[in-house]
Design a protein around this ligand. Structure first.
Ligand code: CP
Length: 316
């Protein structure tokens, strides 16, 4: 593996899940791979899980880890070629990416979308500029359109909990007070397409995800119908994709509660976290024995670890 930007960068998805579960049993087995090497974690946005799980995974594989909150601590970056840099932008991405490559053997980046302009967000300017100018592998810690380390952790969690060969997995939109990105949902869809599952997405009218990503997946606006016989409910909010970045409903009927969960096949409840209690999901569901959100968060360590292993092995 050269870079890890998308679920599409994994050619052997099911064997990678096997490998993750195997590594989980002996997480320091590959601590020699990162010896005398460093990873730089560059954050343009907040994080709890991504930041600490990647730091923990880096330590397990022997990497030194630098973390930089770029908005507060880095120079304002210029991205335009031939720019006359007379404004507040003090450093060009070309130098920034090449300099970071002198200090780090892997660079990992988190940059959320601004949700103002679809084309601009989908161009993934910051992530793609690092891919273009850096001299080392790049890992996506959540970009405008993808959060592959989360989806990989979710795949590990589903594999560990599934009771039948082809479980029914439902991705359900849930309300949220603020406009949220599509990255988690997009990568979850791409991931479920790679595993053996019956897959249904349910969301209100006006909230269909990018049809290029959901192509071939059943999408329904009837949440009650979607939940019938489900083995896994994955709740997530996203803003409208068609009316880009807008919140067009906060309908509380879409909140995941025990009434909705009772329609399932005693399903597990999943969410990437952070989650707003009693707005996205009711306390009763989140605190129940069927909630596996903490297992998902734990598996963020092992999705990071397996990706670092694959990249370091490729670099040898
Ligand atoms: N799920 C996730 O990415 O969490 P953080 O935003 O806290 O990193």
């Amino acid at each position: 593996m050269k870079n890890f930007i998308s679920i599409d960068d994994i050619s052997d998805f099911n064997s990678l899940i096997d490998e993750s579960i195997s590594i989980k049993k002996n997480p320091f087995k590959y601590s020699h791979l990162g010896e005398k090497k460093a990873i730089g974690l560059i954050f343009f946005n907040k994080s709890l899980r991504t930041r600490l799980s990647m730091q923990k995974a880096a330590e397990m594989i022997g990497l030194k880890c630098f973390v930089m909150n770029f908005n507060n601590e880095g120079w304002n970056l210029e991205f335009e070629n031939n720019a006359i840099m007379s404004t507040d932008k003090a450093e060009h991405i070309k130098e920034a990416a090449m300099v970071l490559s002198q200090y780090c053997d892997i660079i990992a980046i988190r940059k959320f979308p601004d949700l103002q302009n679809k084309d601009e967000d989908e161009s993934e300017k910051i992530l793609n500029s690092f891919i273009k100018y850096a001299e080392v592998p790049i890992i996506n810690l959540e970009s405008s359109i993808a959060h592959p380390l989360q989806a990989l952790a979710d795949a590990i969690t589903i594999r560990e909990h599934k009771k039948n060969v082809k479980p029914k997995i439902v991705l359900s939109w849930a309300p949220h007070p603020n406009p949220l990105p599509h990255a988690v949902a997009n990568s979850f869809v791409k991931m479920v397409k790679r595993i053996d599952a019956e897959f249904v997405i349910t969301n209100p009218v006006g909230y269909n995800l990018n049809s290029k990503i959901t192509d071939g997946v059943t999408v329904t606006h009837d949440q009650n119908q979607a939940f019938k016989n489900a083995d896994f409910i994955y709740a997530k909010n996203w803003s409208s994709y068609d009316k880009y970045g807008q919140v067009i409903t906060k309908d509380k009927n879409w909140m995941i509660d025990n009434d909705l969960m009772s329609k399932t096949n005693d399903a597990y409840f999943m969410h990437c976290l952070p989650v707003r209690r009693n707005f996205v999901v009711a306390d009763d569901v989140l605190d129940s024995g069927k909630s596996i959100v903490i297992k998902q968060a734990q598996n963020r360590i092992y999705s990071s670890l397996v990706v670092l292993k694959r990249i370091l092995e490729n670099e040898k």
